[in-house]
Ligand binder design. Structure first.
Ligand code: IPD
Ligand code: CA
Ligand code: CA
Length: 264
């Protein structure tokens, strides 16, 4: 299964790399004017879904561009065929493709591929997190003051005041920096790699972080919901960090959200 996931992620990544070189092609909007979809989102998902249907008959598929409901049981492939569509549509060179296999609701394996850097992040439950053939370990940053973080903002940010700006404003001056890379799958993979010390985001989708959660946990880090309990599929809000930093990052988000509605 892992070989199949890696092969399809690489094939889809090659497609996205060619798309990036030639311009993003057709661009349309989805849930709001800033929520985009390109012809390459659709082509990448078609490539991966066709490959999975052929090579894993009987497995369910839950992809961002195909819609449908997440089956609760059995093997399910969760796919984001192009994570970082806004970047891609503008030619900004940060995007990825990510897919994970969930069995009875639990992530068993996952792959996130960054085609422009040829970085292949993969993890299998109980077998570590890897970048190519190198084992990954989270960073050892012990305080927010010595940490580099990443976050993202929801597509309805213009329509709601609770749009992560309070959290961002609170954390930016208390850290070495907060990046907004534009690909959640890479943000969280980079926590597993130790290049970032922590990442948080709200209203995230399962396909954005299913692989990343496994990567961070297998690399020795912690991933929770905003309520503080270990993240599980279905949770829309995520806090990931090395295990020493996680409590301080989580607490700081609670402080930043003081006065805002509680989020699980
Ligand atoms: C988006 C990216 C972005 C995150 C958004 C996601 P998409 O995914 O991961 O970094 O902030 O919440 O929706 O739309 O490019 O697949
Ligand atoms: Ca995404
Ligand atoms: Ca996407």
């Amino acid at each position: 299964m892992l070989d199949i996931a890696i092969d399809l992620a690489r094939q889809a990544g090659d497609l996205l790399r060619r798309g990036h070189q030639q311009g993003a092609g057709q661009v349309a909007s989805k849930s709001s004017a800033v929520d985009l979809v390109t012809e390459f989102d659709l082509a990448s998902e078609r490539l991966i879904s066709d490959g999975l249907r052929q090579r894993c008959p009987g497995h369910a598929i839950y992809g961002e561009e195909s819609g449908g409901a997440l089956p609760a049981a059995g093997p399910v492939w969760v796919i984001d065929p192009l994570d970082g569509t806004t970047n891609f549509a503008h030619g900004y060179p940060v995007f990825s493709v990510t897919l994970a296999l969930l069995v009875d609701g639990q992530p068993e394996l996952g792959v996130t591929y960054d085609p422009l850097r040829d970085d292949l992040f993969w993890a299998q439950r109980g077998q570590g997190a890897w970048r190519g053939e190198r084992r990954l370990h989270v960073s050892s940053a012990a305080t927010l003051g010595t940490s580099l973080l990443a976050t993202g903002f929801p597509y309805d940010r213009a329509a709601t005041a609770d749009n992560n700006l309070a959290e961002f404003s609170h954390l930016m001056p208390r850290t070495r920096g907060v990046r907004r890379g534009g690909s959640a799958a890479l943000d969280i993979a980079w926590v597993a790699a130790g290049w970032l010390d922590g990442y948080w985001e709200r209203r995230i989708e399962l396909w954005d972080v299913a692989t990343g959660v496994l990567l961070v946990r297998e690399a020795g880090g912690q991933v929770s919901s905003y309520s503080g309990r270990p993240w599980q599929p279905g949770d829309r809000n995520v806090v990931a960090a090395n295990s020493v930093l996680h409590p301080e990052l989580w607490q700081s988000l609670q402080t930043a959200r003081n006065g805002l509605p509680a989020l699980s």
